[in-house]
Design a protein around this ligand. Structure first.
Ligand SMILES: C[S@@+](CC[C@H](N)C(=O)[O-])C[C@H]1O[C@@H](n2cnc3c(N)ncnc32)[C@H](O)[C@@H]1O
Length: 409
C-alpha cells in the first residue's frame, strides 16, 4: 500500500455510497470516487490507498458519461478544474436534479436496509419549491479565511480555501452581500446570512451576535444571527408541515409531557403547538442557552410550552430519575420530537427515551445512516417505524432530511 497514490485508473462506477461519493471496484477492491455518477466509466486519480478495505479517488475526466450528467452548476467545482482546486459543498452539482434525488433515495433505502434492518417502501426524496437546477436556496454560508486573509469555501475534502466569484447554491441576496475576493487577515471565517425578512448580514469571526427575525408562515422567530437556523429558504416551513403531518393525532395527548429535543429556538415545538392548539404542553430542550432564551420568547403564547437548557443525553436521564408516578404516566402518553445534529441521537439517548416509553417519536434526521442506526436501536426496545418521508433540503449536495415516525408497539 502507498504506491497507488497519485496514479490514474480507468474504472466503472457502479453504485452510490453515503457521503456524496460513488463506488467503483478495481481488482476486487472498493474505490470511493468523487465527481462521478453510477453507470459512468471515468479516469480517476487515487488520493488515498492506505486502507486495506477501500481506496479513495477523484474523477479527472469522464470516458463514458451518464445520461444524468450535466454541466456543473458551479464552474468553481467542475471537472474543468484539477481536483484540488474544485470548490467543495456542491458535490452533486454535475447531476440532474431528479437523478440527485433518486440517488439520495437509494442511499436512504440502502442504509435503512443495512443499518436499520428495515425494508422501506418507495420513499422519494421530495423537492421543495425553487429553481429548476437546484440553485439559489442557501440562506447561510460559512466562508473560510486562509493564512493570507483570502476568503472562500474549502476545497472538497480539504481545508484549503478556494477563492470563487459566485455562490450559486446561495440566494441572490446572499450573493450580493458575500465579500468574495476580499481579504480578512487574522480572521478564521466570515458567515453570510440572508434572513427571510430581507437583506443580508455578514458576521466576521466571533463578532458579537445580533438578534434577527425569521418568518415561517404567519409566525415570527427571534434568534441570534450566529445561532442555528435551517439553511434552505423553505426548510423551516417544510419541516413545520412535515412534523405536523408525522404526528399520529390519535396518539397525541396535549396534556402529556411532550418534548421537543434538540429544539434550537423552538421551531418544531411551535409546529406541534400550532397543530394541537393552545392547551398543548411541550418542553423544548437545547444545549445552547442563548437559543433556549429565544425559544422561551418564541413559545410565549403557549402557556404550556417552556424551554430548558441542557444536553439531551443528561437531561433525559435526569428526567427519568426524578419522575414521579404522575410524570411517568404523562411521559407514557407523550409525543417526543427529536432533531439531533448529524451524529444522531445515539445509543444512550435512544435507551433513555425508550425507557420513558412515550406513545410516539418523530425523528427529524439530517443523516440517513445515523437515523437508520437509531431506528434499529428503537426497534430493539419495542418501537416500530410506521412512517418515513424525505425532503431535499440541500439540492446539489448529497445531504437531505428524513422525518420518521416511531410508535410503541
Ligand atoms: C439540527 S438542529 C435543530 C434545531 C431545531 N429543531 C430547528 O429545527 O431549528 C440541532 C440543535 O441541537 C442542538 N444540540 C446539539 N447537540 C445537543 C445536545 N447534546 N443536547 C441538546 N442540544 C444539542 C444544537 O445547538 C442545535 O440547535
Amino acid at each position: 500500500m502507498g504506491e497507488m497514490q497519485g496514479k490514474t485508473l480507468e474504472i466503472d462506477v457502479t453504485n452510490i455510497a453515503h457521503g456524496g461519493v460513488s463506488v467503483a471496484r478495481h481488482d476486487g477492491r472498493v474505490i470511493f470516487v468523487s465527481d462521478a455518477i453510477p453507470g459512468e466509466r471515468v479516469k480517476a486519480r487515487i488520493t488515498e490507498d492506505s486502507k486495506k478495505s477501500f481506496w479513495r479517488a477523484e474523477t479527472v475526466s469522464v470516458v463514458e458519461p451518464s445520461e444524468h450528467r450535466r454541466p456543473h452548476v458551479w464552474a468553481a467545482a467542475s471537472l474543468d478544474r484539477v481536483p484540488e482546486e474544485r470548490a467543495g459543498g456542491a458535490e452533486f452539482g454535475h447531476i440532474t436534479l431528479d437523478h440527485q434525488r433518486e440517488l439520495k433515495r437509494q442511499v436512504l433505502e440502502d442504509s435503512m436496509q443495512r443499518m436499520g434492518r428495515t425494508t422501506i417502501e418507495h420513499t422519494p426524496v421530495e423537492g421543495l419549491e425553487g429553481s429548476d437546477d437546484g440553485t439559489g436556496w442557501r440562506t447561510r454560508v460559512r466562508l473560510h479565511v486562509d493564512e493570507y486573509g483570502r476568503v472562500g469555501p474549502y476545497a472538497a475534502r480539504s481545508h484549503r480555501v478556494i477563492e470563487v466569484d459566485d455562490l450559486p447554491l446561495a440566494t441572490a441576496a446572499l450573493n450580493e452581500a458575500a465579500p468574495l475576493r476580499q481579504l480578512f487577515a487574522g480572521e478564521e471565517h466570515v458567515d453570510v446570512l440572508s434572513p427571510s425578512t430581507g437583506g443580508a448580514r455578514l458576521i466576521v469571526g466571533t463578532q458579537k451576535p445580533t438578534t434577527i427575525t425569521e418568518v415561517v408562515g404567519e409566525r415570527e422567530f427571534r434568534l441570534a444571527d450566529s445561532g442555528f437556523w435551517q439553511v434552505h429558504e423553505h426548510a423551516a416551513s417544510t419541516l413545520t408541515t412535515a412534523v405536523q403531518e408525522a404526528i399520529d393525532g390519535d396518539r397525541f395527548d396535549p396534556r402529556a409531557h411532550n418534548l421537543d429535543l434538540y429544539g434550537g429556538v423552538g421551531l418544531l415545538a411551535a409546529a406541534v403547538a400550532d397543530r394541537f392548539g393552545p392547551a398543548t404542553q411541550i418542553t423544548s430542550v437545547e444545549s445552547d442557552s442563548a437559543a433556549t432564551d429565544f425559544a422561551a420568547g418564541n413559545l410565549v403564547e403557549w402557556i404550556g410550552a417552556n424551554a430548558q437548557t441542557g444536553r439531551v443525553e443528561r437531561w433525559v436521564r435526569e428526567l427519568a430519575a426524578s419522575a414521579t408516578a404522575i410524570d411517568k404516566g404523562r411521559l407514557r402518553n407523550a409525543t417526543i420530537v427529536l432533531d439531533p445534529p448529524r451524529s444522531g441521537a445515539g445509543k444512550e439517548v435512544v435507551a433513555s427515551l425508550a425507557a420513558l416509553a412515550p406513545a410516539q417519536l418523530v425523528y427529524v434526521a439530517c443523516d440517513p445512516v445515523a437515523l437508520s442506526r437509531d431506528v434499529a436501536l428503537f426497534a430493539e426496545r419495542g418501537y416500530e417505524l410506521v412512517r418515513l418521508r424525505a425532503y431535499d433540503l440541500f439540492p446539489n449536495t448529497h445531504h437531505f432530511e428524513a422525518v420518521a415516525t416511531l410508535v410503541r408497539s
